[in-house]
Design a protein around this ligand. Structure first.
Ligand code: MG
Ligand code: MG
Length: 393
C-alpha cells in the first residue's frame, strides 16, 4: 500500500458566537484508491502567521508520497523532524501532524473496516462527559446573556460547563453567584479556567472568593505559561485538582515531576495527533496523575478523533472539552458526531466514523475567506464584543 496523493482544503466556519475560524482538511489517497481524512483544527490563534497552503501541500507530498500508510510510527517520526514541537498552546507543527495522523488512521481503519479505536488498541469506554464553554467575561453586562446561554444549552442536553475567568473579577463573581442561584442541582461546573492570565497569588486569592460562590471540579491554567514554580506553589495551596495543557512529552514530564499538576490536559491538536496523545496518557498513568481531553474546538473530523482517543485512553478521569460540532454553524461531514446528555459518543463504523461530503467540502473550500490577520481582536480572544452572548438587552 502506497500513498499516492495528498490534498489540503482550507475551510472557514462561523461559530454561533459570530467569529469565523479557519481549518485545513487533509485528504490522503493510496494508489489503489483508498481514502483517509484528517483535520488541522482552528488555525485562528496566535502566533500570528498562517500556512502557505500550496507550499505546505508540496512539502507533505515530498514527505509522504510513495510511503506505506501502515507505518504510522515511521511517518510521524519523519514528520516531527520537519514539524517539531513548538512549546506553545496553538502549535502549527502540532496541527500539521494531527492532520496527517488523523488521515492515516482514518485511511487504515477504512481499508480494514475497523474503527480507529481498534487501531489504537481497543475500547475501554463508549463515551465521555463533555462541558460547554462559557467564555471570558470582560464586563458585568455579559453575565445575564451567559446565564441565558446556559439555559439554552441545558435544553440541548448540556448539564456541564467550564467557565473562563480572570479578566474581570466582578463579572466573574456576579456570574458564579447567579449561576449557583439559578442552576445549582441542574448544571455543574467542570473547571474555572484562568488561561494563564494571572500570577499564582492572584489566582489563589480569586479562587478563595469564587469557591464561596459555587462548586467546581478543578482549576485550569492558574499561573502564567511555563511558570513551573508558580504552578507548584498554587497547587500546594489548592484544595482542588489543578490541570494544565501539556505542550509536548517533555513538558508533560516536567509538569508531573515538579509537582505542578494533578491533571494533564491532553489535546491531539496540540500534541500532533492520536499516537502522541496516547504517549502523554501513559506518562500520566506512570505518575498516578489524571487526564482530561482538551480542545481547540475541532470540526467533526477532529472531534471524531477525540472520540477514538476517549475510547482507548487508559486514564481518563475528568470530563472532556470537545463541543466544536455544537459551536460551529457549518461542517464538511454528512452527519455529525453524536452527543447525548452532555456526552460525546465514540463513533462506530470504519475509520474515524464520519463521512466527508466532498461536494460540500469543495464548495466551502472555494468560498473560504481567511479572516485571520484581519480580525485582530478575534485572534487574541475567541469572544468578539458583538457576539450574541454579549448583546445588551
Ligand atoms: Mg484551558
Ligand atoms: Mg481554538
Amino acid at each position: 500500500m502506497k500513498i499516492d496523493r495528498i490534498e489540503l482544503f482550507p475551510v472557514a466556519t462561523q461559530r454561533q458566537t459570530g467569529i469565523a475560524n479557519q481549518h485545513v482538511i487533509v485528504r490522503l489517497e493510496t494508489a489503489d484508491g483508498a481514502v483517509g481524512w484528517g483535520e488541522m483544527s482552528d488555525l485562528s490563534h496566535v502566533p500570528m502567521y498562517q500556512f502557505d497552503i500550496p507550499e505546505l501541500e508540496k512539502m507533505l507530498q515530498q514527505m509522504l508520497l510513495g510511503k506505506d500508510p501502515r507505518n504510522i510510527a515511521k511517518l510521524m517520526d519523519d514528520l516531527i523532524r520537519f514539524f517539531p514541537d513548538e512549546g506553545h498552546m496553538y502549535s502549527r507543527s502540532g496541527l500539521v501532524r494531527q492532520g496527517v495522523d488523523l488521515a492515516l488512521h482514518d485511511l487504515l481503519g477504512r481499508v480494514d473496516g475497523l474503527p480507529v479505536y481498534a487501531l489504537l488498541g481497543g475500547k475501554l469506554r463508549d463515551r465521555t462527559r463533555v462541558c460547554y464553554p462559557i467564555f471570558r467575561m470582560r464586563s458585568v453586562e455579559e453575565v445575564q446573556p451567559n446565564l441565558q446561554r446556559i439555559e439554552d444549552k441545558l435544553a440541548e442536553g448540556f448539564d456541564l460547563i467550564r467557565v473562563y475567568v480572570g479578566v474581570n473579577a466582578e463579572a466573574d463573581a456576579q456570574f458564579l453567584a447567579a449561576f449557583t442561584d439559578r442552576f445549582a442541582g441542574r448544571v455543574q461546573i467542570k473547571s474555572l479556567d484562568f488561561s494563564n492570565l494571572v500570577k499564582w497569588r492572584e489566582s489563589s486569592k480569586l479562587i478563595e472568593r469564587y469557591s464561596d460562590l459555587c462548586d467546581f471540579m478543578l482549576i485550569e491554567s492558574p499561573v502564567p505559561r511555563n511558570d513551573f514554580d508558580g504552578l507548584a506553589n498554587f497547587r500546594n495551596f489548592s484544595r482542588w485538582p489543578v490541570s494544565e495543557h501539556v505542550l509536548h512529552i517533555h513538558h508533560g514530564w516536567a509538569l508531573l515531576s515538579q509537582g505542578c499538576v494533578d491533571i494533564l490536559n491532553v489535546s491531539p491538536y496540540l500534541l500532533g495527533g492520536l499516537q502522541a496523545s496516547l504517549r502523554l496518557i501513559a506518562l500520566a498513568e506512570a505518575a498516578h496523575a489524571s487526564v482530561l481531553i482538551g480542545t481547540t474546538q475541532e470540526l467533526n473530523l477532529g472531534t471524531a478523533g477525540v472520540g477514538h482517543l476517549v475510547a482507548a485512553a487508559r486514564v481518563l478521569d475528568y470530563p472532556s472539552d470537545s463541543t466544536g460540532p455544537h459551536l460551529y454553524t457549518s461542517d464538511v461531514v454528512k452527519a455529525p458526531v453524536q452527543y447525548i446528555n452532555s456526552h460525546l459518543i465514540v463513533p462506530e463504523g470504519p475509520g474515524l466514523g464520519v463521512e466527508v461530503d466532498e461536494a460540500r467540502l469543495r464548495e466551502m473550500s472555494k468560498e473560504a475567506r481567511w479572516t485571520f490577520g484581519l480580525d485582530l481582536a478575534g485572534v487574541l480572544d475567541r469572544t468578539p464584543a458583538n457576539r450574541p452572548s454579549a448583546e445588551k438587552k
